[in-house]
Write a protein that binds this ligand. Structure first.
Ligand code: XMP
Length: 322
């Protein structure tokens, strides 16, 4: 729309003024809409003087890494460095079951990988600016100050070290989420990215109750992809705030398939409606949609023989299981 075009153009101009004619910037992409739109704005402003870094920690959902590496780059022309760090993250997470420990490890590894990339980028010349997808609600929650500390960085993989050598570039600081999505559309970003529901920085790592492994991630990724596909097909994307799919990796129950008994894992569907994730209610997803999800997951994902629905509000339940 005309106004959104103006908002985007103003943001581009402001970034150009802040960074100047020679300055270089870096930006970490998470796969989420905020960092993607922020990067796209800065790319319009300074082109190749922006380098984006995508740390693929191996904990994203099906298709999300490709969305960043292929579709986002094709749509924006952003200069991107991709780091396939799945092995490193899996090794660091090996045997870890405590949720906060998982978050700490994922955050720590992310910072280490990003710092290595940063050093490589700086080898080509100085970089003074760090781009972040801070939104207006983040600014308000964190007290309105500038600086590297924002509300996201304390529990997000996208949170970066308090590296005061950088000046922050925050082109979305005045925008609400729905405006960021419209700006993303205006900038021609892939629809799947623009409309992606909230997804935690530590990714599928905190949706496996139990230790994380490549095999378990693969099971969860398939089950999650089916649930997302069926919810979208039923037209429920805008109605549901988010729908974590959780693998109870240390639980097995008896099932039956054909002539034989199975001994497989349950997955939990956690569809919630919410305004801001502070409180939430479980979504009344129509039974026939739930039935399709259940049938498909148990047919198509061999290791899963049971699909259960979480009917807990928040509070007392959190949205995620970890
Ligand atoms: P809970 O589970 O606390 O989640 O009700 C509230 C919202 O926050 C997301 N969430 C996270 N996001 N890093 C994130 O970036 C995290 O460690 C994390 N834990 C929860 C969750 O998906 C929901 O939208």
């Amino acid at each position: 729309s005309w106004t959104m075009l103006n908002i985007v153009e103003e943001a581009v101009e402001a970034v150009r003024a802040q960074i100047g004619p020679e300055g270089r910037a870096i930006c970490a992409l998470s796969g989420g809409v905020d960092s993607a739109v922020a990067a796209a704005v800065v790319q319009r402003a300074i082109g190749d003087r922006l380098t984006c870094v995508f740390v693929d920690h191996g904990l994203l959902r099906k298709g999300e890494a490709e969305q960043v590496e292929r579709d986002f780059v094709a749509a924006t022309g952003v200069k991107l460095r991709v780091v396939d760090a799945a092995d490193r993250f899996l090794k660091a997470l090996d045997g870890v079951t405590d949720p906060e420990e998982k978050r700490k490890i994922i955050g720590r590894e992310f910072i280490r990988v990003f710092e290595d990339e940063q050093r490589a980028i700086i080898a080509d010349g100085p970089v003074d600016f760090l781009v972040q997808g801070t939104l207006y609600p983040d600014v308000v929650e964190s007290g309105g100050g500038t600086g590297t500390a924002n509300i996201k960085s304390h529990h997000n993989v996208g949170g970066l070290p308090d590296d005061l050598q950088f000046q922050l570039v925050e082109p979305l600081r005045a925008l609400f989420k729905d405006e960021v999505r419209r700006a993303g559309e205006e900038l021609g970003l892939p629809a799947a990215m623009v409309w992606r529901q909230p997804f935690p920085g530590p990714g599928l790592g905190i949706r496996i109750v139990g230790a994380v492994s490549r095999e378990r991630l693969e099971i969860l990724r398939e089950a999650d992809a089916i649930a997302r596909e069926e919810l979208s097909r039923a037209g429920l994307d805008r109605e549901i705030w988010q729908c974590p799919v959780v693998l109870l990796a240390d639980v097995r129950s008896v099932g039956v398939q054909g002539d034989g008994r199975t001994y497989g894992h349950p997955v939990v569907l956690r569809p919630v409606s919410s305004e801001d994730a502070m409180t939430a209610d479980w979504s009344r997803v129509p039974y026939d949609v739930l039935a399709r999800i259940s049938t498909r997951i148990t047919n198509e994902v061999r290791e899963v023989n049971r699909v259960v629905l979480d009917v807990t509000s928040k509070p007392p339940g959190t949205i995620e299981w970890e």
